[in-house]
Write a protein that binds this ligand. Structure first.
Ligand SMILES: Nc1ncnc2c1ncn2[C@@H]1O[C@H](COP(=O)(O)OP(=O)(O)O)[C@@H](O)[C@H]1O
Ligand SMILES: [Mg+2]
Length: 365
């Protein structure tokens, strides 16, 4: 689902189309417009009478009919055409001052009727199509809005359910005596709560998806706190101009969120181990091939020189690697005045996999 669908104009029309519709008037004003247009056309035609060669009885009535039909609609347009035709016939076709007809003037009248009839018909059909289009667009904009609302509502419920599961685990933990087992359950609870938080953080209060940069900005302080970071730890989240508005799909947000959380937690737990200050730099950029490059670096102790991500058997890195794989991306860690982690993954198209479940953990063993 393209979350941007709701950005349509209120009327469901583009600005240019709305301007066209805004020029339309109806009711009594439409009839007044028609009458004024007729009088102007008549007056101008009358004033031109002396200058015109024979043969232009209808000249000024054509534009009056077209403008009236366009602005005031079908019936005022028809009335204008009839009045114009009759006036031209009576005043500007010889013999003047009568409705008498000869062959030529009958032909001219026939042309007049044909031309204004076609004009009115075309304008009418076009204006009806425009209105139908407006209605249709409005309907689909409403549909998109309600779908978006339902989706963010669903995210909240999922989030609440995860919270319930976490609370139940918290209660069951009381039956555990073994400190190692206790630590493992604590970790599991922490990850569940994080997923719950991620689900909730995907949308802003207006139900719109938020850009990755903003999403990380909201999440990172929580992770630092949960990892037991001392207050001396600072962070900042920046993005390249080309990546300012990167928005994750719903498929991507949980894996990206969890990877980022693992990396930030590691910076706090290992990078700044036994330190009371440190800085974490989070940057959203783009790889040369256009994929999204999420860099997370710290100025801590740095990973061991012989550290190999692919061989790491510890859970945090295993989870991160599995999620990177699911994203179709790559995760790398290197020593660089501390540790620099880089997650590169393709930008997700659309968001049509809304309700598909993520079998991420099935890939873990
Ligand atoms: N930012 C970092 N700074 C220093 N060492 C790190 C960093 N990230 C990871 N490591 C090292 O990599 C190991 C594996 O990390 P991880 O898989 O998250 O396991 P855990 O955090 O449970 O120890 C850590 O034990 C640590 O030695
Ligand atoms: Mg870890």
């Amino acid at each position: 689902m393209a979350i941007t669908m709701g950005q349509g104009h209120e009327s469901g029309l583009t600005p240019r189309e709305s301007r066209l519709v805004a020029m339309e008037i109806d009711g009594v004003s439409g009839w007044v417009f028609s009458a004024v247009a007729f009088l102007v056309a008549f007056g101008v035609r009358y004033a031109l009478n002396l200058d015109l060669p024979i043969g232009f009885p209808y000249l000024t009535f054509f534009p009056a009919v077209i403008i009236t039909t366009f602005v005031a609609g079908l019936w005022p347009g028809i009335a204008n055409a009839v009045a114009g035709g009759l006036a031209a016939w009576y005043f500007f076709i010889a013999p003047y001052g009568s409705f008498a007809l000869n062959g030529n003037s009958a032909l001219a009248l026939g042309f007049y009727i044909f031309i204004v009839g076609t004009d009115i018909a075309i304008l009418h059909v076009m204006s009806r199509a425009l209105h139908r289009l407006a209605e249709e667009r409005q309907r689909s904009a409403e549909l998109a809005r309600s779908r978006e609302f339902m989706f963010s509502e669903l995210q909240h419920r999922v989030s609440n359910n995860l919270q319930v599961v976490a609370s139940m685990m918290q209660m069951q933990k009381r039956q555990i005596n073994d400190p190692d087992a206790m630590k493992i359950v604590d970790e599991a609870i922490r990850r569940l709560q994080l997923v719950s938080k991620i689900q909730r953080a995907l949308h802003n209060p207006h139900g719109q998806r938020i850009p990755l940069r903003e999403f990380l900005n909201g999440m990172v302080p929580d992770v630092i706190e949960a990892a037991g970071g001392p207050p001396g730890i600072t962070y900042d989240v920046t993005a390249d101009a080309s990546a300012q508005n990167v928005i994750l799909t719903s498929e991507q947000s949980v894996p990206v969120g969890l990877i980022a959380a693992e990396l930030v937690a590691n910076s706090v737990e290992h990078g700044f181990n036994k330190r009371d200050r440190g800085h974490i730099d989070i940057h959203v950029g783009r790889a040369p091939d256009g994929r999204i490059a999420l860099g997370i670096s710290d100025d801590g102790h740095g990973i061991a020189d012989d550290f190999e991500l692919a061989k790491s058997r510890s859970l945090g890195m295993q989870i991160a690697r599995a999620f990177a794989l699911q994203l179709g991306g790559e995760l790398s860690l290197q020593r660089d005045n501390g540790t620099r982690a880089m997650l590169i993954f393709p930008e997700g198209a659309g968001d049509d996999a809304l309700f598909s479940d993520t079998n991420t953990l099935a890939g873990l063993n």
